[in-house]
Write a protein that binds this ligand. Sequence first.
Ligand SMILES: [Zn+2]
Length: 306
Amino acid sequence: MAEYHDYMVRAIAADQQIRAFAVTTRDLVEYARKAHDTWPVATAALGRTMSGALMMSDMLKNDDDLLTVQFAGDGPLGGVTVTADHHGNVKGYVKNPHVDLPLKKDGHLDVGKAVGKGTLTVIRDLDLKNTYNGQVAIHSGEIADDLTHYFAESEQVPSSVGLGVLVDTDHSVKKAGGFIVQLMPFTTDETISRLEKNLKDIPYVTEMLEQGMTPEDMLRRVLQGFDVQFTGTNPVQFHCNCSKERVGRALMLIGEVELTSLIEEKKDVELSCQFCGRRYTFTIPELEALREQGRVQRRADLKRDN
Ligand SMILES: [Zn+2]
């Protein structure tokens, strides 16, 4: 795997009335682009969602907690799914990576149209057993704007989310990253109006990144005039925990009849992981072993049910 330079910072400001996160994700978005062969507007949608999910996963409390962000829209991308953990690992995919749309009038990729209308769901897997879902309507499909609405509507936390992916002329990822700024319940009106003014004046995230600004620089810019204290930093990366065993288990679950018909075709079966594109090949003897494993498991299930 290539050497990564991506990282996230977190900060507090204005006597802890504000908490903030910022991230640079160029390398991991480029990794995802290559893994899924995404075209520019898909690269932008996936890259923005991965950057946002990484910062949101930093708000999780426990080591094993997971956060999934899912855009189920009616646009040509057919949906965006991203999962991030508490250790800076993220993985994700879009259903249709080969989407091409005209640029918007302002020259930006039309992520909103590519995502379309539908629902945004945020799923938190906590303590290895509890799952919490929050769901809102997709607002514009531009991702950052939708996450801002999600925080307001579903979590009642006033937030501002900025995300950007700059795609180069050869379609590789030039810059990617973003920030999240959130207000705590005891924030004064004075702090709110100053922050609102800052947010109105800041350039697009892609412009700040293009100027060479680091995550720290972006937060200093967004939080101009406040005293900003950085409270931590950690690397972030694209990481998928798939394995042949996991993919095999999923294959086993398609059922005996389907497995038998695959075996009768006498050809190896190749499956790829949705999240990272890694390919796994199953030979006929391996498929037969999976079928047998399925039988054993069904017998065990029957016994238990009786
Ligand atoms: Zn995978």
